[in-house]
Design a protein around this ligand. Structure first.
Ligand SMILES: *Cc1c(COP(=O)(O)O)cnc(C)c1O
Length: 432
């Protein structure tokens, strides 16, 4: 795979280079120069394939020129080792549970795959790297879990103080080993800015081997396409048009779906659903992209005011607004609507949604109101509801059942280092 920068001011790189650089020097985003289509024969037999087999075909098609097939298989089998159930709510609406991994959120796909890809390349060159991650919650826990104990890799996680749930904070701050948590006195955008500034700081980048694990890393993006194929495989026999709704913040998850689409996955439409941070729905509906300061909501993993994958999203459509608008519908919902959706789905289907997934469910409801055709919709369920019991329990009156893995983690003691939003403080910490 060759990759270019969306800002177009630097030379093309290999997949390996893009994985370790994270961001190109011109501050754009790496994108494949070419996205190959999967053959018709793949889609004809896709319903017979396991998740791992689908993931292998997709990965081998994209990066088979840089990693031998046997090594790709090992990376897939080791990283994609949990269930991905598709739950039917009614004949038009399904929920794809992406939260059965160790951190109970969809970011496990990207983080686990990326950790193993990095280890694979590092092993060959006996190198050491420092990974910086800004998180609004789930990225951090997925990366921490994904990289825990990885040889030659130090991970520093920046999270906004008081802006992540108690359970999420425990997941970020209790692992130890090669994982360090920084509690930043600011919002998510401040954390992201510290990380982005670090990557552009000449002194830091010459002294340290910095790398990112945010959704901007291309190795995070590829595995986020797997489950779109998987959902299609489960529903292919119905022959109904397929619409995905992705509850979104930085839009890495949705970009995974767009890559699947570009590889030939038959999708009728994508729905971009957001909370009050409605920058992308507003772009889709008006044609104007207006980054704003993020506003806090109950679906806080999507509280993003300047979605970092936006340039990728439009690049996939040749930067043509009309083409983006044709393929992606956009809806935004406030916290009251989100709570009502959690209540409604609990009462109607005896199914508990996390607040993010509830935003996705609302996106599907809004879409179906205008849709005349008999279609399948798939809501991507991005987190286990028990991770957000502080929101969910008061709404439905019972605590969502907590998996035993999370019960163990919240018993442990938090260890975090306080950090200001001043870049010089952060830099001094890193150089120490
Ligand atoms: C990160 C996250 C999102 C948003 O995903 P993006 O790829 O940033 O759009 C949605 N829900 C949950 C639970 C998340 O952790």
């Amino acid at each position: 795979m060759r990759l270019y920068s969306t800002k177009g001011k630097v030379a093309e790189v290999s997949f390996q280079e893009a994985v370790f650089k994270g961001l190109p020097d011109d501050n754009g985003l790496y994108m494949p120069t070419h996205i190959p289509r999967l053959p018709a024969s793949f889609f004809e037999k896709i319903h017979e394939l396991s998740f791992q087999e689908i993931a292998f075909e997709v990965t081998n098609t994209l990066i088979g020129d840089e990693i031998p097939a046997e090594d790709i298989k090992a990376i897939i089998n080791d990283s994609m080792n949990f269930e991905v159930p598709l739950i039917e709510l009614n004949e038009n609406t399904h929920v794809l549970e992406l939260f059965q991994g160790p951190s109970l959120a969809f970011k496990d796909f990207g983080a686990r795959f990326m950790a193993r890809v990095m280890s694979y390349f590092l092993q060959k060159e006996s190198k050491h790297i420092n990974i910086l991650v800004a998180t609004s919650g789930d990225t951090g826990s997925a990366v921490a879990q994904g990289f825990l104990g990885a040889k030659g890799i130090e991970v520093t996680i920046l999270y906004p103080s008081g802006k992540v749930s108690v359970n999420q904070e425990k997941q970020l701050t209790t692992l130890g080993q090669n994982i360090t948590a920084l509690e930043v006195d600011g919002v998510f955008d401040d954390c992201q800015k510290l990380v982005k500034t670090a990557f552009l700081d000449k002194e830091l980048t010459t002294q340290m081997n910095l790398s990112s694990a945010n959704s901007i890393n291309i190795a995070r993006l590829i595995p986020q396409s797997f489950y779109y194929f998987w959902a299609y495989a489960q529903l292919a026999s119905t022959k109904k048009p397929l619409v995905f709704c992705t509850p979104s913040g930085n839009f890495g998850n949705l970009c995974g779906g767009l890559i699947a689409y570009k590889m030939g996955l038959p999708v009728k439409h994508f729905i971009a659903a957001t909370n009050a941070n409605d920058i992308v729905p507003e772009y889709i509906n008006s044609g104007t992209f207006n980054a704003k300061a993020s506003v806090p909501t109950i679906s806080n993993a999507m509280d993003v005011g300047n979605p970092s994958n936006f340039p990728r999203m439009v690049a996939l459509f040749g930067n043509e607004y009309e083409e983006v608008k044709q393929m992606i519908a956009g809806f935004a919902f406030d916290d009251e609507e989100t709570k009502l959706a959690i209540t409604e789905v609990y009462h109607d289907y005896d199914y508990v949604l996390c607040p993010h997934t509830a935003v996705g469910y609302l996106g599907v409801q809004a879409y179906l109101r205008e849709e005349k055709e008999d279609i399948n919709t798939v809501v991507l369920a991005t987190a286990h509801p028990s991770k957000f019991s502080d929101v969910v329990e008061p709404v439905i009156g019972v605590a969502p059942e907590m998996p035993t893995s999370l019960q163990e983690i919240i018993k442990k003691e938090k260890v975090a280092i306080k950090m200001s939003t001043n870049f010089e403080d952060f830099k001094a910490f890193l150089l120490k």
